[in-house]
Design a protein around this ligand. Structure first.
Ligand SMILES: CSC[C@@H](O)[C@@H](O)C(=O)COP(=O)(O)O
Length: 350
């Protein structure tokens, strides 16, 4: 059985509530854009690709059975709802890029006299529905390219380390960085995978560990503060992480803690890879300083499972992401191959 974060059929959308995992597996209905926005904002669904897909599918749910008098009315609704959805979380670019694409499609249909309002609605719905399958096939391709690059010239099983959750729960299925690890495992060449706890929200301990146990992969959990010791004492062949936004120069925003892992990897001479689809790459921004880093509420730092663990009264700083400079990144594994950070701008624009 594969893990499914997003269930969609004919205008009906449900998501696995990731706030309840791993204690409880419960699907909740997303009955329109407002529900989609809330689920993304509250992190019931999270991970850059999954956020984009759920956001866009919530628009499908919204418009599926509604009647619009004119194409202009439908285009206005699509535009407004997408503008609203992209305000749910600021750092990951995937939803913004998908929203821009859907708005452009809707604008282009608007000027076609031979397409009526119902056909326009069906075209937009069909385009969004395709995102699910495309994400899975992109992830499979990322997995293949990633396994090829990691195993090049190597004839023994690998020990890998990953951060946050980039698997089936963060995407439509299979995963990006976790997809690479799955792909290495499918070739029987995974010795061991380590995953970080990923404080403060514990996506590693709650979600990645859940996926690794579910798939019966040989896996061990470490805290984020153990990474330097891990690289010093056990042979780690590579670190692979996901991305929320890759800038034109290759600087990469990802879950908080990624940057320090890249610094430690450089010190130990361990290759540091980012695995991400083209939909996580934002060539409109020159470098990582242009990326808005989301700051999350204090209670995510001071409490675990509703239980206070920090001294009452202490101040908190809780950035959800950090930016790893391009020079610390060995390669960016995409569905179209592995890019050097310096190649991102030209290859993606092309
Ligand atoms: C394939 S998911 C890539 C990233 O989105 C992931 O590593 C990450 O940082 C997720 O952060 P989250 O705050 O859980 O949405």
């Amino acid at each position: 059985m594969t893990l499914e974060a997003i269930k969609y059929k004919s205008g009906q959308l449900q998501i696995l509530d990731q706030l309840l995992l791993p204690a409880e597996s419960k699907y909740i209905p997303i009955d329109g854009v407002k529900d989609g926005w809330n689920a993304i904002h509250k992190m019931q669904v999270r991970g850059a690709p999954a956020i984009a897909i759920v956001g866009c599918l919530s628009l499908v749910v919204e418009i599926y059975d509604k009647q619009y008098d004119t194409k202009a009315a439908l285009a206005a609704e699509i535009g407004e709802q997408l503008e609203y959805l992209v305000t749910s979380r600021p750092t990951a670019v995937n939803l913004k890029l998908a929203a821009d694409e859907m708005k452009a499609l809707s604008e282009s249909i608007l000027s076609k006299d031979d397409i009526d309002v119902d056909e326009m609605r069906r075209s937009i719905i069909k385009e969004i529905e395709c995102l699910l399958e495309k994400d899975i096939s992109d992830n499979r391709a990322i997995g293949e390219h990633g396994a090829n690059v990691l195993l090049k010239g190597v004839d023994r099983p690998l020990q890998l380390l990953t951060h946050c959750n980039t698997g089936s729960l963060a995407t439509a299925g299979y995963g990006t960085a976790l997809g690479v690890i799955r792909s290495v495992n499918e070739r029987n060449l995974l010795e061991h995978v380590y995953c970080t706890e990923t404080r403060p929200y514990n996506q590693g301990a709650r979600l990645t560990a859940y996926e690794l146990v579910h798939d019966k992969l040989p896996a061990t959990l470490v805290t984020d503060s153990m990474v330097a010791a891990l690289l010093n004492s056990r042979k780690i062949d590579a670190i692979i992480v996901g991305a929320d936004r890759v800038a034109a120069n290759g600087d990469t925003a990802n879950k908080i803690g990624t940057y320090q892992m890249a610094v430690v990897a450089k010190h130990h001479g361990v290759p540091f890879y980012v695995a991400a689809p083209f939909t996580s790459i934002d060539v409109a921004i020159s470098d990582g300083t242009c990326i808005k880093i989301e700051e999350r509420p204090d209670h995510e730092l001071t409490h675990i499972g509703g239980q206070r663990i920090a001294a009452p009264g202490i101040g908190c700083w809780n950035p959800a992401f950090d930016v790893t400079p391009a020079e610390l990144i060995t390669g960016i594994i995409t569905e179209r191959g592995v890019l050097k950070p310096s190649e991102v701008a030209t290859k993606v624009r092309r």
